[in-house]
Design a protein. Structure first.
Length: 283
């Protein structure tokens, strides 16, 4: 019985501390995005400002992040059992963190989604995301004469954070080039914003704005609009796709052809949605 209660405490605190905030984040609108579930341009704010710091904290300081679990463990198990179960609890959290980072790196730290880091600003540390711009510029720019207009290309003395993004981007330079051009990030009107961003060395003064993304929109309006146009309709929550798949599967009827079913779905997701949204907002 104590083992079962311990597992329930652990499950409850993991759920309330990590999974529920993530679920609420996806189900709410953001500072820029009015549609819940479509907050892809903000995904790195969730990942780098909450998810990874929470997992790091749970592994390094489990007594602070899982107080009820550790308290119950200490009160109901002898020293040997306590040390054994605490060791494996932390090992499980570490494995969860490693798996989470592996999956995130596999999908988010590759083009095209890695370019969303252009608009990300950490709420705690100095920004290091100019390294993404510098590294991409290093890949895309062939004329040595214009390099002085961009951020520092010196690999020897560059900060460790910037070198981190170089190590990610440079080995996949062919893919970076393809996606950079597909997303029209080399459009001439975007170049001034990108050059300005590549020289950024300090974070925004967050106390002067409601959110880092709003500061980014004010400082780099053209680049912001381009990112929103390309990524604004990407679903940030996979459950949206799963729910849509389930509704389509269970609502199909052998009396209705697929052409009619597709036409109805298109009408519901485009025309009907716009009409309902207009009624909700009074526009």
């Amino acid at each position: 019985m104590p083992q079962m209660k311990l597992a329930l405490y652990f499950e409850s605190e993991i759920g309330s501390g990590f999974f529920e905030p993530v679920m609420k984040w996806h189900s709410r609108s953001g500072p820029i995005h009015a549609k819940p579930g479509f907050r892809m341009p903000e995904i790195f704010n969730l990942l780098l400002d909450f998810q990874i710091p929470w997992l790091n904290g749970a592994v390094d300081k489990p007594d602070e992040y899982l107080p009820d679990t550790l308290c119950y463990l200490q009160d109901n198990f002898d020293d040997n059992e306590y040390n054994f179960r605490r060791k494996w609890l932390i090992a499980g959290l570490a494995a969860m963190r490693e798996k989470f980072i592996d999956i995130s790196s596999r999908y988010l730290f590759k083009p095209p989604l890695i370019f969303l880091l252009l608009s990300h600003r950490s709420q705690e540390d100095e920004t290091d995301d100019d390294g993404v711009v510098v590294s991409t510029a290093e890949i895309m720019i062939y004329d040595e004469l214009v390099r002085e207009e961009w951020g520092d290309f010196n690999r020897v003395d560059c900060p460790a954070e910037e070198q981190h993004w170089r190590d990610i981007l440079l080995p996949q330079c062919d893919v970076v080039k393809v996606w950079w051009r597909l997303l029209e990030m080399d459009f001439e009107k975007l170049i001034p914003d990108l050059k300005k961003l590549s020289k950024l060395t300090v974070a925004y003064e967050l106390d002067k704005v409601d959110a880092p993304l709003l500061a980014f929109r004010e400082s780099y309006p053209i680049l912001h609009d381009n990112i929103q146009a390309k990524y604004g309709l990407f679903p940030s929550d996979s459950r949206l796709d799963e729910q849509q798949h389930g509704s389509l599967r269970y609502n199909l009827s052998d009396r209705i052809g697929m052409a009619q079913a597709d036409a109805r779905q298109m009408w519901l997701t485009v025309t009907a949605y716009a009409m309902r949204e207009a009624r909700r907002t009074g526009q």
